[in-house]
Design a protein around this ligand. Structure first.
Ligand SMILES: [Zn+2]
Ligand SMILES: [Zn+2]
Length: 240
C-alpha cells in the first residue's frame, strides 16, 4: 500500500460490491455502462487506488468491441471478439459489475464451452488511426476471409484450405455430415492430391496471410455477403 501524492493509496485488490469476487491489477472486468441498453464495457485493470475518503478508483485500458472501431463489425469478427485499445481511463470501482476472461485467440478456439464471461482478443487497436496490430492475418476460403470462430468451416483434404459451407454451395447441415471434402479445384485434379487427414477442429495451423485493412478492399467476391459488402463499398466511394 504505497502512499502517493494527493493522498492517494494504491490498493492491491478491490472486492466487487455485493459479491466476494476480488479484482487485482491485470484482471479483466465488465463495467456498467451509463446506458442500460448497452452491453457492459470490458476493461483491463491497470491500477487500483483509494483517495482520502476511501473512494476507490481503477485505472483501466479499454477493450473495444468491433462495432466501436472505425472499420465497424465485419463478417469475420466473432461475437466475443474484443480489441485491446490504446484508450486509458480512470473509473469509479463501483462501476465494476463482474470479472471476465479475455483469452488469446488460440486458447479461445480450444475452449470446450464458451461462458458468458469468456471473450477473446487477437488484435490491438489504435483509436487515433483505426489501425490494428498485427495488421496481417491469415485468410481462408474462396472469399479470403480471416477465421471467425463462430462459423463452421470444412477443410479440403487436397489443398488443406478451409471453406465456408455456403461458399462451396453446401448447407451447414450437409457440411456437418461430411466425412471427406475436396474443394472444386482439388476434385477436378487427380487423386494423388488426396491425403488421409481427418478434419482438425479449427483452421489455426495454416492459411494464406493477407494485410488486414480497416475497410473492405481485401475482400474478393465469393460469399453473397462479401458481394454485398463490395457493392456497398463501391457506392460509398462513389458518393463520398
Ligand atoms: Zn467463404
Ligand atoms: Zn482443395
Amino acid at each position: 500500500m504505497a502512499k502517493t501524492r494527493q493522498g492517494k493509496r494504491d490498493l492491491d485488490a478491490y472486492t466487487i460490491s455485493g459479491t466476494n469476487k476480488v479484482v487485482r491489477a491485470g484482471d479483466c472486468v465488465l463495467m456498467r455502462p451509463s446506458d442500460t441498453d448497452t452491453a457492459p464495457y470490458v476493461a483491463l485493470v491497470e491500477k487500483i487506488e483509494a483517495d482520502l475518503r476511501n473512494s476507490v478508483r481503477v485505472r483501466v485500458r479499454w477493450y473495444y468491441r468491433p462495432e466501436e472501431s472505425v472499420g465497424g463489425r465485419r463478417q469475420f469478427h466473432g461475437v466475443k471478439e474484443l480489441f485491446l485499445s490504446d484508450h486509458y481511463d480512470v473509473q469509479s470501482a463501483h462501476t465494476i459489475e463482474d470479472r471476465c476472461t479475455v483469452h488469446s485467440f488460440k486458447n479461445y478456439t480450444k475452449l470446450e464451452d464458451v461462458g458468458a464471461e469468456d471473450y477473446y482478443c487477437r488484435f490491438e487497436y489504435k483509436t487515433a488511426t483505426g489501425g490494428f496490430t498485427p495488421d496481417r492475418v491469415a485468410v481462408y476460403c474462396k472469399c479470403e476471409m480471416p477465421y471467425n470462430p463462430d462459423d463452421l468451416m470444412v477443410q479440403c483434404e487436397g489443398c488443406k484450405d478451409w471453406y465456408h459451407p455456403a461458399c462451396v454451395n453446401m448447407t451447414i447441415e450437409q457440411a456437418k455430415q461430411l466425412d471427406h471434402f475436396l474443394c472444386s479445384n482439388c476434385s477436378s485434379g487427380d487423386d494423388t492430391k488426396r491425403s488421409q487427414n481427418t478434419f482438425p477442429v479449427s483452421p489455426m495451423a495454416n492459411g494464406k496471410v493477407r494485410q488486414l485493412l480497416v475497410h473492405f478492399h481485401m475482400i474478393k467476391v465469393g460469399c453473397l455477403l462479401c458481394l454485398l459488402h463490395s457493392i456497398w463499398q463501391y457506392i460509398f466511394h462513389m458518393t463520398h
